[in-house]
Design a protein around this ligand. Structure first.
Ligand code: UDP
Ligand code: MG
Length: 313
């Protein structure tokens, strides 16, 4: 199979028929063998009914329905598990992403050797204050911390090589960081393509301002887990030891100065409290590292490596 199109959706019954028809038209024109996996993320409207009707007309359409709303990441992850195509394309259900981009995204993976290609909504049709400006900030932070030169990390329209999809896991709200997850998993060729963005035709957006608070917190976790997830002591041990040593040195200095120089009482000086604080914090950090190390040692995927190729085995 050439392409799997994975579509996470939550209360999007109005858009689905139009979207399915458009994808079918594109796929038929290019004669792709394809499947459309619609993942209903616990919709309360008629989305699931609509998906059923669509499948009766087009057996390329497949559906997964969640018992309740788990979020876009969960929906994507479930779709990825079932996808069979050589190239997997994800797309929002609200018709803001154009199916006309499919052939170009497919070619970049299939013929130009990209591991993944992210869409870039260069011209956006969303609210400037609540979406566009926060999104610029967020993308700048993600670019800086991950070193991946993408303009638009969170674009719903992306394409992937099958191997990449099958070797990563998306959970929580981590769908914003799939490029970073892919990079940590060892997939280096991450590309970008300017895509057409359209105003939302039906329904309302499912994400408000709080996504940027969560987004930044998630960026922190993902960078930390990627870097130190398998060796927490290298982070906590370093800063713990440093803080403890600073405290200890100040303490020694205070003691020496009490007996030999100005004879001020130890506890009379503000530095004394700083020294205690630094030593306690240092111990805490060190312990956190130690416990982290014990947890990492017990993690079932402590020895999960992705093998690129093998020889003679
Ligand atoms: N979505 C989902 N589960 C959720 C929230 C959203 O599957 O809990 C889907 C939604 O139906 C849409 C896509 O994720 O297909 C992007 O959502 P939306 O268009 O609301 O985001 P925006 O374009 O406003 O960033
Ligand atoms: Mg949208």
């Amino acid at each position: 199979m050439d392409i799997s199109i994975v579509i996470p959706l939550y209360n999007e019954d109005e858009s689905l028929p139009e979207l399915a028809a458009w994808i079918k038209q594109v796929a038929d024109t290019h004669q792709y063998s394809y499947e459309i996996i619609m993942v209903d993320d616990g919709s309360q409207d008629d989305s699931w009914k609509v998906i059923n009707e669509l499948r009766n007309k087009n057996e390329h359409i497949k559906g997964i329905k969640f018992q309740r709303n788990y979020g876009k990441s969960a929906a994507l992850n479930e779709g990825f598990r079932s996808a069979q195509g050589d190239v997997i394309i994800t797309m929002d259900a609200d018709m803001q992403d154009s199916p006309d981009e499919i052939p170009a995204l497919y070619n970049m993976i299939k013929n130009e050797g990209y591991d993944m290609v992210s869409g870039w909504k260069k011209k956006r049709y969303d609210n400037t204050l609540t979406k566009n400006i926060p999104s610029k900030l967020f993308n700048a932070a993600a670019r800086r911390s991950s070193g991946i030169k993408l303009h638009d990390f969170n674009c719903g329209l992306k394409s992937y090589k099958k191997k990449l999809i099958k070797s990563i896991e998306v959970y929580g709200e981590m769908h914003r960081y799939i490029p970073i997850i892919a990079k940590w998993a060892g997939f280096k060729k991450i590309g970008e393509k300017v895509v057409e963005h359209r105003p939302r035709k039906y329904g309302v957006t499912k994400f408000g301002w709080e996504r940027f608070v969560n987004g930044f917190l998630d960026l922190g976790s993902i960078m930390f887990v990627g870097k130190f997830g398998k060796r927490p002591m290298h982070f906590f041990g370093l800063w713990g030891t440093l803080a403890f040593m600073i405290g200890l040195i100040i303490f020694l200095w205070l003691t020496i100065s009490k007996f030999f120089f100005d004879h001020t009482g130890l506890t009379q000086r503000p530095l004394f409290f700083f020294a205690i604080l630094a030593m306690i914090m240092g111990t805490q950090l060190f312990l956190a590292g130690f416990i982290g190390e014990l947890i990492a040692r017990n993690s079932p995927d402590r020895n999960n490596y992705l093998v690129e190729t093998k020889m003679g085995l």
